[in-house]
Design a protein around this ligand. Structure first.
Ligand SMILES: NC(=O)c1ccc[n+]([C@@H]2O[C@H](COP(=O)([O-])OP(=O)(O)OC[C@H]3O[C@@H](n4cnc5c(N)ncnc54)[C@H](O)[C@@H]3O)[C@@H](O)[C@H]2O)c1
Length: 282
């Protein structure tokens, strides 16, 4: 089945980014958030992002109009019924995502792909909530979705080869590099990345260096585009905490046990860039 219409559920950092990528790639996009105001705000932020690209000479006005004409915003799950692929990007919480998958399964047309942007949670567990486990897979974009080339295509125990091929084609059409991976906590990138991020927090707690020093060391010593604390703030500290918890539960390695400083910042509502304060202030 050729994918023409894509539903995006969740209006956070990732939902907004993927919506822009998919609309620019030529897909019809239905944005769904729990509140109509938030769904409308996603369209407004897409307009702002496209306006910036016009200012920089990277986009013309006719293309902007075409992109916006392909996007609609709703709070009603039923408006996703005719989508060929629905990608959820809601909070990293297994119970929330399980309930959402059951709801999507009851509403979205037979044969459509139901995909998750989860960073760590079990895609197989989400597939089990549906009557179409062969049509469920992970389509894991990276942050910021407009800039990062990688998409992990996650094969749950039940995913069909056809579903993987269609999801891979979607990611390629979005200009990304799709990499296949089996359904294990953290897939490729987060399973390798998060012990490093968590150990950077441990190093800070141990007083070995300050956060600016650690960030500079990893940029200038390893050629990373940003250091671990800048990256944690970009990902979101609540999301980072959920990722580490899922990795720790799934893989049992103590390197994944979230550091106390991360828990404390999340408890204080300091979630990184999205709230204006995390390890750094924005
Ligand atoms: N932040 C990253 O760097 C990153 C990268 C790749 C994938 N992801 C994954 O993408 C997903 C979303 O992450 P994000 O960074 O966009 O988070 P975010 O905090 O920016 O947005 C979360 C969204 O979930 C919604 N939400 C919260 N509680 C909900 C509930 N009970 N029911 C339905 N919706 C609810 C919020 O309204 C918001 O729209 C997560 O699964 C995360 O692991 C995040």
């Amino acid at each position: 089945m050729a994918i023409k219409r894509v539903g995006i559920v969740g209006s956070g950092i990732m939902g907004s980014g993927v919506a822009e990528v998919a609309a620019k790639a030529g897909y019809e996009v239905v944005l769904r958030s729990r509140k109509q105001e938030t769904a409308d705000a996603m369209v407004a932020s897409l307009e702002k992002s496209l306006a910036k690209q016009i200012e920089k000479g990277r986009l013309d006005e006719a293309t902007r109009d075409e992109v916006l004409a392909r996007v609609s915003a709703t709070s009603n799950v039923a408006d996703l019924a005719e989508c060929d692929l629905v990608l959820e990007s809601v909070v990293e919480d297994l119970d929330v995502k399980k309930a959402l998958f059951a709801e999507l399964d009851s509403v979205v047309k037979d044969g459509a792909i139901l995909a998750t942007n989860t960073s760590t949670l079990s895609v197989t567990e989400l597939a089990k909530q549906t009557t179409r486990p062969d049509r469920v897979c992970g389509v894991h974009f990276f942050n910021p979705a407009t800039a990062m080339k990688l998409v992990e295509i996650v094969e749950a125990e039940t995913t069909s080869a056809e579903t993987l091929a269609e999801a891979t084609e979607f990611a390629s059409a979005c200009g990304k590099n799709p990499v296949p991976v089996k359904d294990r906590a953290g897939f490729i990138v987060n399973a390798l990345l998060f012990p490093y991020l968590n150990n950077a927090i441990r190093m800070l707690e141990d007083g070995i260096a300050d956060k600016e020093g650690i960030d500079d060391a990893m940029k200038d010593g390893c050629g990373f585009p940003m250091g671990p604390f800048a990256l944690l703030d970009l990902v979101g500290l609540d999301t980072s905490l959920s990722i580490l918890e899922a990795l720790h539960e799934g893989l049992g390695d103590p390197n994944y046990e979230p550091r106390p400083t991360l828990r404390k910042l999340v408890e204080e509502g300091k979630l990184g860039r999205k709230t204006g304060e995390g390890f750094y202030t924005y």
